[in-house]
Design a protein around this ligand. Structure first.
Ligand code: PMP
Length: 350
């Protein structure tokens, strides 16, 4: 190694899903919402003259709208550049005891990347054979806990009673519940904030609000924890949210009717496609998210993934222990899902 390289950070980064550029693609690989953002967002003309100024560092307008929506006070909300930014800031703010933090072995692949980046020790708790989180695994001594609910890439939802058991066994550490997919059939842990001052709930505009390209995520927690998140934020970048995100994010969260409508369309499509895939010999988890996690009884997931890709139908395949015979399929529009099913029918019956 050269002496220059001795100065570098050695880290294996997260690999984001592919963003293929073909015009004719069916893109079901990165859990985006197939529907456009609210018409209130689409029809908004921004004052581009504002771009010459720095944005409001407190993102007050957006934070107020998020707080109103969830019925909490403004000092219980922290916003960032997608929930990735909010989660990374939370890792920096709350996982400093030197004790290992805990998260599932099969989960959002960014957790171990951040832990390594910030030099946080960690222990992975294996999901059981049904890909469920075993709450007792989280009763040991630890430096904090993080997991998605529903989990990714399994889509499995943990009931709130179990989540509360984990919280009550961990009063002295911060428990982060990543609710990126909670709107697709789950119940948020927000009401538990009244009881647990160690709880941080993270949500995003990227999935249920069709705003992945805008990069808006947020945390809801007791004000003591939100203050800590702001301390870390103002220690590395005061202007995380840009002017369009603040303005358009506010409009998106205010349009509850559009949000509910889009989410229910996705849930209906998910349930229909689940049945159609099962008729084709697929089985999978009981996903409560905007994606399905499935395996086929005869054909290897990797082969199906490759065959779909050749037809420009993109799904996600993870070459990782325990899940290397599964596909994660994002729920698209009905038309997109029909294309997927039509191709699979032909491919499987060949
Ligand atoms: N948490 C989970 C579980 C995710 O799957 C994702 C999406 N990759 C995120 C957080 C981050 O989403 P975003 O930064 O777009 O809010």
């Amino acid at each position: 190694m050269s002496s220059l390289e001795n100065n570098f950070r050695e880290i294996i980064p997260y690999t984001p899903g592919e963003q293929p550029q073909f015009k004719d693609k069916v893109k079901l690989n990165t859990k985006e919402n197939p529907y456009p953002p609210s018409p209130k967002v689409m029809n908004k003309m921004l004052d581009y003259n504002e771009l010459k100024l720095y944005p409001d560092p407190t993102a007050e307008e957006l934070i107020s709208a998020i707080a109103d929506y969830h019925g909490v006070s403004k000092d219980m909300v922290f916003a960032g550049v997608g929930s990735d930014d909010v989660l990374a800031t939370s890792f920096m703010a709350f996982f400093n005891s030197g004790k290992p933090i805990l998260f599932p072995d099969i989960t959002y692949a960014f957790y171990d990347v951040w832990a390594n980046l910030f030099k946080i020790p960690f222990t992975k708790c294996p999901l059981n054979d049904n890909f469920k989180i075993e709450k007792e695994d989280y009763y040991r001594e630890n430096g904090g806990i993080v997991f998605p609910n529903p989990n990714a890439p399994t889509g499995i939802l943990m009931p709130l009673s179990q989540l509360e058991d984990i919280l009550s066994h961990n009063r002295d550490v911060v428990v982060i519940v990543d609710e990126a997919y909670i709107d697709f059939g789950g119940e948020s842990a927000i009401p538990l904030l009244n009881k647990y001052d160690n709880l941080v709930i993270v949500q995003t505009f990227s999935k249920s609000r069709s705003m992945a390209g805008m990069r808006i995520g947020y945390a809801i927690a007791g004000k003591r924890l939100i203050k800590e998140l702001n301390t870390v934020k103002y220690s590395y970048n005061s202007y995380t949210l840009n002017y369009p995100s603040i303005k358009l994010g506010k409009l998106a969260i205010e349009d509850d009717e559009y949000f509910k409508n889009t989410v229910s369309k996705i849930i209906n499509t998910r349930e229909r496609v689940k049945k159609e895939l099962s008729d084709l010999g697929f089985s999978g988890t009981e996903s409560m998210s905007n994606f399905l996690f499935v395996t086929h009884k005869n054909i290897m997931a990797k082969d199906i993934f490759g065959a779909l890709k050749e037809k420009h139908i993109f799904v996600r395949y993870f070459d990782k222990p325990r899940i290397d015979n599964y596909l994660r399929i994002t729920i698209g529009t009905d038309d997109e899902m029909d294309k997927l099913i039509a191709f699979l029918k032909e491919y499987i019956n060949k």
